[in-house]
Design a protein around this ligand. Sequence first.
Ligand code: GLC
Length: 528
Amino acid sequence: MTAKWWESGCIYQIYPRSFQDSDADGIGDIAGIEQRLDHIAGLGVDAVWLSPITPSPMADFGYDLANYCDVDPLFGTLADFDHMLAAVHHRGLRLILDFVPNHSSDQHPWFVESRSSLTSEKRDWYIWRDPGPNGPPNNWISDFGGSAWEYDEASGQYYYHAFLKQQPDLNWRNPDLRRAMIDVMQFWLDRGVDGFRIDVLWHLIKATGLPDNPLNPDYLPSMGEKFSVMQLNSTDQPEVHEIIGEMRALADSYGEGDERVLIGEICLPLDRLMAYYGDAEPGVHLPFNFELIEAPWHARSLASFIDAYEAALPPGGWPNWVLGSHDARRVAGRLGADQARVAAMLLLTLRGTPTLYQGDEIGIGDIVIPPERIRDPRELREPGRGLGRDPARTPMAWDTSSHGGFSSSDPWLPLHADWQDRNVASQSRDPCSMLILYRQLLALRRKHPALAIGSYHAVAAEGDVLAFERRHGDERLLIVLNLGGESGQMPPETGGGRELLSTLEAPSTASEGYMLRPNEGLVLALSA
Ligand code: GLC
């Protein structure tokens, strides 16, 4: 089998506001991304996914779109985009855009029109309902807290918004809306983009009649108000798969050898997640798997999950793993600097497409955002619960020049406190840095088909040690990871293994009777 680019490759997520500013407004932009392509190519990834760059009032920093087919002036122009896309392709990289089909901005002309009257021809493009006995039509809660319904005085109806009230949900049961959105995808695919990461894909269709969501008996306020109900009627309805089929047919129409990929952002338990690979008809190529972000960092439970995930994949379904994102706490903050190195090795040695988030390759950790600089609407709406996403969205640090080389003026969010040491230039010179480890791991993946596309085999291990094998043809690689801070027992299979890479600085001597050092991850070549 020849692997497709999105199977063997690694995806790198860019958060455009915070990657590189080229016009001194403190906010990253498209020309900035183009300037930094050396870093991306040098890292050894294969594709870049950009969080939204389309026009937006920025209530949710681009995830509130006021136009699906243009570029926000903050980021540049369509011509800048075409130029950057050509430069990406010139380097043999692919470009994936964020597509946000579940909701638009309340400033989108479609919503302005829909809101204008009960009889507007676009009224049904959004989800409008008469008030219920207690006000809102049902008990659905916004993901950012509070009722998911906003009352519109002028028409006497409520509209539904799964996120902010500035992000009204589109009605995917309306055939005209559906066609308009498929046209949007075609607009970008025709421009040459290599695929989409589709925002909150499992939200697109809501249950007919919009019944209340069941209350969550395990709810604690610290979780965020959205967890007060179980989103059983507001998300993951069977009809969503028909829509995904339509999207997939469009992607596939670009033909063999010109594969366009669809990646679904889907936060669901395994059994329901797997349905997004499709059934009789193919679904998305990669339903995002967020387990490495969400699960506790325990070798035994992770080992069981990996096995369960592998076993649950439908025939032909290709796995994927995500370690960080613009929505999650930084991995180096969550696990600490030592384990972030082990996590990098896990991400890049598991079977499946890895997604790496900008800044994790230099190990940016937790950042305290001073109260007056908080920008994330989620934090502002439900403060102090640790839900804020600003700490994951701070600017990249490139060198020791002012503002880390990110911008010549004050950035929209502060940089991490240790940016003078923790930046791309310094880490490029330090053979023991996180950046060099990422480059080594990506190079190893490229060199060894067993890592990029080989099969996965669980290996029994104990305590904090997680072990598995990857095989391709005659090649057998053993990955042994110590997820703890004490020495760990090597699995017996190690005998005769030749070390290809360790997460620790000094070379190990993984010989007979060897104990895994604290926080050590190893890739070993076994004799066939
Ligand atoms: C996705 C995005 C997140 C955004 C939300 C609403 O989860 O990743 O950043 O706030 O959708 O669009």
